[in-house]
Design a protein around this ligand. Structure first.
Ligand code: SF4
Ligand code: SF4
Ligand code: FES
Length: 258
């Protein structure tokens, strides 16, 4: 049988153990992936004992507590803390999610926290989203009008047409879906993935946009679109409750019937 070995320096090793110093009886063990490109060491899992008596309910509260009180070098992205910016996406307890929306009370036992999977790691929980942002830029996510309009011209939209954007405009580009998608893991350079395809769909169905045909032509590609095999991981992982798999099948249907 063929045996595959990981390069020596990619193996995750046991890291430091940060014991509680408060004497609290309400402790939770948090295991966190750590990797510092400047240290030239293997990635490791550090374990922190955290006093939940003095901690907010969300996983992000735990990370903030560790950073503020135990290890200031812990690195992760966050901004709004209210599920709006998408920057705190990571893998918590085996599921991609927003750490500011995920309650640690729902998790039994130790909490394991990793960066979003199948991306290069920049440091600790910060994954490299450059490819995803390049792909996002490629679908030109802005309203396109063929002819210049007079200054102060308003582009109106009926209530019915505005309603069609419900379930897609809420996407915050957190990448939880794309990094849950096996097709994106293996073909991420070419396949656009669920987050970017949902965004492409959002502009294609916007009644105000005048570039629908070209937009559709752009995504009608064996690799960009048809690498989706309807595995549905994307929809199951979206922390905003959106359905990128449905948006992708709607795109395929539009192309088949246009
Ligand atoms: S569809 Fe959901 S999971 Fe995917 S990027 Fe948008 S908000 Fe995040
Ligand atoms: S439905 Fe398509 S985009 Fe979603 S996880 Fe499956 S293959 Fe990926
Ligand atoms: S910090 Fe903005 S979505 Fe979590």
């Amino acid at each position: 049988m063929v045996q595959f070995n990981l390069p020596k320096n990619s193996k995750i090793i046991k890291g430091n153990y940060f014991k509680d110093t408060t004497g609290s009886k309400n402790l939770k063990k948090i295991n966190i992936y750590r990797w510092d490109p400047d240290k030239k060491e293997n990635p490791k899992i550090d374990t922190f004992e955290v006093d939940l008596n003095k901690c907010g309910n969300k996983v992000l509260d735990i990370l903030n507590k560790i950073k503020n009180e135990i290890d200031p070098s812990l690195t992760y992205r966050r901004s709004c803390a209210h599920g709006v910016c998408g920057s705190c996406a990571m893998n918590v307890d085996g599921v991609n999610t927003l750490s500011c929306m995920k309650s640690h009370k729902d998790i039994n036992g130790d909490i394991n926290i990793y960066p979003l999977p199948h991306l290069k790691v920049i440091k600790d929980l910060v994954a490299d989203l450059s490819n995803l942002y390049r792909q996002y830029e490629s679908i030109e996510p802005w309203l396109k009008i063929k002819q210049a309009k007079p200054k102060n011209y308003e582009i109106n939209q009926s209530k019915e047409n505005r309603k069609k954007l419900d379930g897609v405009y809420e996407c915050i580009m957190c990448a939880c879906c794309s990094t849950s998608c096996p097709s994106y893991w293996w073909n991420g350079e070419k396949y656009l993935g669920p987050a970017v395809l949902l965004q492409a769909y959002r502009w294609i169905i916007d009644s105000r946009d005048e570039d629908r045909k070209d937009r559709l032509r752009e995504v009608a590609d064996k690799l960009k679109l048809y690498r989706c095999h309807t595995i549905m991981n994307c929809t199951n992982s979206c922390p905003k409750g959106l359905n990128p798999a449905k948006a992708i099948s709607s795109l395929k249907k539009m192309l088949a019937t246009n």
